[in-house]
Design a protein around this ligand. Structure first.
Ligand SMILES: Cc1cc2nc3c(=O)[nH]c(=O)nc-3n(C[C@H](O)[C@H](O)[C@H](O)COP(=O)(O)O)c2cc1C
Length: 345
């Protein structure tokens, strides 16, 4: 996820049980490769294998070159973005806009698969619009071209992030091709994960927004799938260590000045449903220095620790009150920040 799954966050998610984590999308356009943003997105130093890089573009040869470029820089899997609905990508007829042009999809996947000798995967939505759900046709094109796995977000391009996810098309895709299909969209709890796997017959799940602020969701889902029981939420002490380590990695990656600012969104997500989170978020919005940001985090967790051993998620204001200490992943509303964040390639 652009603006979210940078290298520090991917590494944290893998430590917390994610089997696989894909980079933020990288522009296929070589004119953008020199930007600091692109350079960061292609920096995989210390990253745990497999290193998967997502490329976004619309021209088969440009995408093929981008795939080679990223493999030369350490990518062990290339993922092609045909899922993004955002304007900057779709104005260039890239992302999910490509789904409306099946011959072009065929040329792109063939060119990229031919260009590199690592697995190439594809991320799609279910189609351009609810009246044109062509994900099964796209999946067959992809399989025929040698795509190794397919992730399907159960919304169309026209749906953006609105409305419920539709898993029927994801299921139809999973039953139409032999390559692994990963179901994606609104999977926010271990129970939901099991239902979606069972319903769709998918080989795996992709978790996006539910991991924001809750990277432990991966181990919670894995535990539930393996045992049928909910893993206890992390202890406050464990969460504190994980978050402080994440911050250290984040500052090292972005530098202190930018790092303090870009860490705020993670701290917002971490504390979104924790008691006292609103005051904490208000306070950190004006903190500009690493030491002060860490100090604020330490104080927040010291207060939490005084209240109990484990993280206790509470409802956001205006929602029905629920408070649970088991299974940290609670349902959360869809975030509306896709448009501003997603297209930072
Ligand atoms: C802020 C944001 C950035 C995203 N960036 C990307 C991206 O770069 N590439 C991509 O394939 N999907 C991207 N997505 C879509 C997610 O991968 C995922 O398909 C979508 O959020 C639905 O899954 P979820 O409900 O688990 O979040 C992004 C989503 C969000 C909210």
């Amino acid at each position: 996820m652009a603006g979210v799954t940078d290298r520090p966050f991917r590494m944290l998610c893998k430590r917390m049980g994610a089997g696989y984590a894909v980079s933020e999308m990288v522009a296929a356009n070589p004119q953008l490769w020199g930007t600091q943003k692109s350079r960061r997105r292609t920096d995989h130093v210390g990253e745990v294998a497999p290193i998967a890089v997502q490329i976004a573009g619309a021209d088969p040869l440009t995408l093929a070159d981008a795939a080679r470029h990223n493999v030369d820089r350490g990518a062990e899997i290339i993922d092609i973005n045909m899922g993004c609905p955002a304007k900057k990508v779709c104005n260039a007829a890239a992302g999910s806009a490509l789904l409306a042009n099946e011959p072009l999809v065929a040329r792109i996947v063939a060119a990229v698969v031919r260009a590199v000798d690592v697995p190439v995967t594809l991320k799609i939505r279910t189609g351009p619009s609810p009246r044109e759900r062509n994900a099964v046709a796209i999946a067959r094109i992809a399989e025929d071209a040698g795509i190794a796995a397919l992730a399907v977000h159960g919304r169309t391009r026209a749906c953006l992030f609105a409305g419920p996810v539709e898993y029927d098309t994801v299921r139809a895709v999973a039953h139409s091709v032999r390559i692994p299909v990963f179901a994606n969209g609104d999977i926010e709890t271990p129970q939901r994960a099991r239902e979606v796997l069972a319903y769709t017959g998918a080989a795996g799940l992709m978790i996006g927004r539910a991991a924001q602020g809750r990277p432990w969701i991966f181990r919670e889902i894995a535990h539930y799938l393996a045992t049928g029981t909910m893993l206890a939420a992390p202890t406050v002490a464990e969460a504190r260590v994980a978050i402080v380590e994440h911050l250290a990695d984040h500052y090292a990656f972005y530098g202190d000045v930018q790092g303090v600012r870009t860490a705020r969104k993670h701290l917002h997500w971490y504390t979104e449903q924790l008691p006292g989170g609103a005051e904490f978020r208000h306070a950190i919005n004006t903190i500009e220095f690493v030491a002060a940001q860490i100090e604020a985090v330490e104080q927040f967790f010291a207060r939490l620790a005084a209240d109990g051993e484990r993280l206790r998620y509470v409802a956001r204001s205006g929602e029905a009150a629920v408070e649970r200490t088991e299974g940290g992943a609670q349902p959360r509303a869809a975030h509306a920040n896709w448009r501003t964040e997603a297209i930072a390639a």
